[in-house]
Design a protein around this ligand. Structure first.
Ligand code: MN
Length: 321
């Protein structure tokens, strides 16, 4: 997954009401896979610390390669892998090797630098459906040591017919119940949760009012804060809201991501989240010189970085926010 093919300039930011914004995904390619890229937007690089959202599938990978993302580097972010169907194998330059399945979290903290590969294993499930998310590390934490975590068990609350799984950070629970907190490591005030409707749902979820949020549907259809959502749409909600109304039919699933506005100027290029063009250039050179370490077990060459377009990078740095 990378920001290489992101045509940021093509994206508009329509405001629908009350500061809500509804935007459409653009189609991007990750290897042979077509994905819905929902973030970044030209005028909104991050929501809380969330700075990248890809949604792919559901797609049949029966009898074909499936996901095949060769070894590639990251700096300055955490990658969040979450599946709704299928299985994916993660390997990284720390020596981690971890299969992930629906309901589990793979969280990789790149910090000062890590490399990884993600692929459908040789014998994989016939269906693949998931999201790949990035969380920007705040300036004070972005040179932290690289790390990898797998969480097979995450807190789940049931609010009426809605099952709420908290992947990252915390979310207020049902009235009278304590907040749900994920055991995963975070570096900013943040929430990442999946909302899954088992029945016809009409519920109100408590939000942290200092957070800004986005919601997107991964299956089915929902009305969220009075806005109809289907896969491929992203709804942004500014800070100041303490309730989210959710109406959904059985089988619908959505992701709720949010956090305190980051207030830092991110510069994203390829798989790197940095602040300045020289940092990006140093990361590209480091990858070319083998400074990120080896990722074992992947049958194929690592990804080559795109040509460093200094003018485009400088332009992106000027509008970074
Ligand atoms: Mn990656």
């Amino acid at each position: 997954m990378s920001t290489l093919d992101t045509d940021l300039d093509a994206i508009v930011r329509p405001v629908i009401a009350d500061g809500l914004e509804l935007t459409r995904a653009r189609t991007a390619a990750v290897g042979d896979m077509s994905v819905r890229r929902l973030l970044p937007l030209r005028l909104r690089r991050s929501v809380g610390a969330w700075c990248f959202i890809d949604h792919y599938g559901p797609m049949s990978v029966d009898g074909v390669t499936g996901m095949a993302v060769p070894p590639h580097p990251h700096i300055g972010l955490q990658t969040v892998t979450w599946l709704m169907a299928g299985n994916v194998l993660h390997r990284d330059s720390l020596g981690s090797e971890q299969m992930i399945r629906p309901g589990q979290l793979n969280l990789m903290t790149a910090g000062r630098g890590i490399a990884h590969a993600e692929e459908s294993p040789a014998a994989h499930d016939p269906l693949l459906h998931g999201v790949q998310l990035w969380v920007a590390l705040p300036d004070a934490s972005r040179l932290t040591e690289p790390d990898f975590e797998h969480h097979a068990e995450l807190p789940v609350a049931r609010v009426g017919g809605l099952a709420i799984t908290v992947l990252l950070g915390s979310l207020a629970g049902p009235p009278g119940a304590p907040a749900l907190r994920s055991p995963a490591t975070t570096f900013s005030d943040i929430v990442g949760a999946e909302l899954a409707a088992a029945t016809d749902v009409r519920e109100r979820i408590a939000l942290e009012p200092t957070f800004e949020h986005v919601v997107f549907v991964t299956s089915g259809a929902a009305s969220v804060a009075g806005t109809e959502l289907a896969p491929g749409s992203l709804l942004y909600l500014p800070p100041g809201r303490d309730i989210l109304t959710v109406m959904a039919s059985p089988g619908t699933a959505a992701m709720l991501l949010g956090g305190v506005p980051l207030g830092e100027r991110l510069l994203m290029w390829w798989n790197f989240v940095a602040r300045t063009p020289p940092e990006i250039a140093a990361a590209v050179a480091g990858w070319q010189q083998g400074m990120f370490g080896e990722v074992g077990g992947y049958a194929g060459p690592p990804l080559a970085p795109p040509p460093l377009d200094a003018a485009r990078l400088a332009r992106r740095a000027r509008v970074a926010g």
